[in-house]
Design a protein around this ligand. Structure first.
Ligand code: PHE
Ligand code: CO
Length: 297
């Protein structure tokens, strides 16, 4: 396959320096070019989140992150992570410049390749940035790729993505909401408590605390079609978190062919991010505190 033996077309100047660019848009991790400041950014975020996530992240996240032997003192090398991934679930991380076009992203996932942004945020962006960087992708997404059930879910999602792409724009919107409210912002019930598994949460100090401890957001039991109708914002804390009981539940619920589901959803209205429906199984109803009055999501 071409991505396993990529052909370099040129070296491109990006705002972070020169990186080799391949025909597949997969880039080599320019590990030797990371600055001392880059490694310090990793160290600061790594230490901070490991502390915050004690008792907050689900056990699969913590245990699997430890299995990689990621440390604070240096940005991990993709090749080291890939050795561990390869003999456990057969996943692999590949370097990319940042967010990929949807179809490109789905194809990587369906081949058990997880695209990781090669660059890390600047020191003044420790608390927030509007797009995924190396810290979000590596620290947030990669650990659960060692969990066999979650690893299969990610691949199935990629395959479903390729299919939805062929069906049309509305199907893609529905499917993307599912990713958002599970892979990025999902909560899981464990030993009677809520725990985090979503990557968008675990890579954010503010949201790691907010999602579990703030009275503002709703926490609602996972309901696949409900989620696929629910709008979201990418630039604020979520108004609603959906809670699964296990990764098996996620896998089983998403196993059916979505084609008839997309057709059904196309005839239903979308749901605002903060709404609570009579049909919801509400774990905790949010107070809505701090939400903009005119927020239309
Ligand atoms: N079963 C879905 C389909 O047929 C694919 C999918 C699996 C989507 C897992 C999301 C998660 O489209
Ligand atoms: Co992400």
């Amino acid at each position: 396959m071409s991505t396993q033996n990529p052909r370099r077309v040129e070296r491109q100047q990006t705002d972070k320096g020169y990186v080799p660019v391949y025909t597949t848009a997969v880039v080599e991790q320019p590990w030797d070019d990371y600055s001392a400041a880059d490694h310090r950014t990793w160290a600061t975020l790594f230490q901070r989140q490991r502390e915050v996530l004690k008792g907050r992240a689900c056990r699969e996240f913590i245990e699997n992150q430890e299995r990689f032997g990621m440390r604070a003192d240096a940005i991990p090398r993709f090749e080291d992570l890939n050795r561990v991934l390869n003999y456990t679930t057969g996943w692999e991380v590949v370097g990319v410049e940042g967010l990929l076009p949807e179809l490109e992203f789905f194809k990587h996932l369906s081949n058990r390749r997880f695209p990781v942004t090669w660059w890390i945020r600047r020191p003044e962006q420790l608390d927030y940035l509007a797009e995924p960087d190396l810290f979000h992708d590596l620290f947030g997404h990669v650990p659960l790729l060692l969990n066999p059930v979650f690893a299969n879910y990610m691949q199935a999602y990629g395959q479903g993505g390729v299919k939805a792409y062929g069906i049309g724009a509305d199907a893609l919107v529905n499917l993307t909401r599912l990713y958002w409210y599970t892979v990025e912002f999902g909560l899981i019930r464990q030993d009677g408590d809520l725990r985090i598994y979503g990557s968008g949460i675990v890579s954010s100090k503010g949201e790691s605390i907010h999602c579990l401890e703030s009275p503002a957001p709703n926490r609602i039991a996972f309901d696949m079609e409900r989620i696929m109708r629910t709008r979201y914002r990418i630039d604020t804390f979520q108004k609603t978190y959906f809670v699964i009981d296990s990764f098996e539940q996620l896998m089983d619920a998403t196993a059916p062919d979505f084609t008839p589901i997309y057709a059904r959803l196309a005839r239903q209205d979308s749901i605002p991010a903060g709404a609570v429906l009579d049909s919801d199984t509400v774990i905790q109803r949010g107070s809505g505190e701090g939400w903009a009055k005119d927020g239309d999501v």
